[in-house]
Ligand binder design. Structure first.
Ligand code: GRF
Length: 224
């Protein structure tokens, strides 16, 4: 019998790529049954690209593209060509156009460094500190055309400490982003997740609250 090939992941990244590395490490450790079939970037100098063999890299400088739609169409074509089951935005800092989202809707995930719906967009750590939050964290959500507004699948929470700076808080959040992303992608690749409008379906049932990451890297229903 031929073994079933592992689900195919396309990863979009603009920067350092530590979340991509967390996925690669989990795959190498056989804790995530998946394969990364392409890494895509809007910045040809993104360190994330160096984390995979050259054959898996695609990059184009979005700033050199005269029209936003041209970049989006080139990206969408390249992503589609690697036939991914799931597309994971892991530190991808460019807004995806409506056509891109429509083409891959339902299998597009993003990790965002805040407890959504709080602090969509940029500078999340500084804004959480300025607001006097006592807890902060990260979310993995389905991508919709509106920025950081899709249905939230899972979250990880960290405390905010009195002496925090945005940098210290970002570093603490990053430590939970990695297991959060791996655990959520594992749910996706095992066929347990679906997007139904503004609702996440887990094993076919609506998820009323995002799942929460525990200290062992496992996801649980949120305690209410
Ligand atoms: C992460 O905090 C991610 O949530 C945010 O950008 C950062 C990227 O980190 N969108 P890395 O490139 O995965 O190391």
């Amino acid at each position: 019998m031929t073994p079933t090939p592992f689900p195919r992941l396309a990863v979009l990244a603009s920067g350092r790529g530590s979340n991509l590395q967390a996925l690669l490490d989990a795959i190498a450790a056989s804790t995530l049954d998946a394969q990364v079939v392409g890494v895509f970037s809007d910045r040809p100098d993104a360190p994330a690209l160096q984390r995979v063999p050259a054959a898996l890299r695609w990059a184009r400088d979005a700033r050199a593209c005269a029209r936003r739609e041209d970049f989006d169409a080139a990206l969408a074509g390249a992503v589609a060509a690697c036939a991914p089951d799931w597309i994971v935005c892991a530190g991808y800092m460019r807004i995806l156009g409506d056509a891109f989202v429509a083409r891959f809707r339902g299998r597009l995930l993003n990790i965002h460094p805040s407890l959504l719906p709080k602090y969509p967009g940029l500078r999340t750590h500084a804004r959480a500190l300025a607001a006097g939050e006592r807890e902060h964290g990260a979310s993995v959500h389905f991508v919709t055309p509106e920025l950081d507004a899709g249905a939230v699948i899972a979250q990880a929470v960290v405390p905010v400490r009195p002496d925090d700076t945005p940098e210290r808080l970002a570093a603490r959040v990053l430590t939970v982003e990695h297991p959060l992303l791996v655990a959520t992608v594992a749910l996706a690749t095992s066929g347990r997740l679906a997007e139904c409008g503004a609702t996440v379906l887990l094993d076919g049932h609506p998820l009323l609250h995002p799942l929460r990451l525990d200290s062992n890297g496992r996801l649980h229903p949120e305690e209410s």
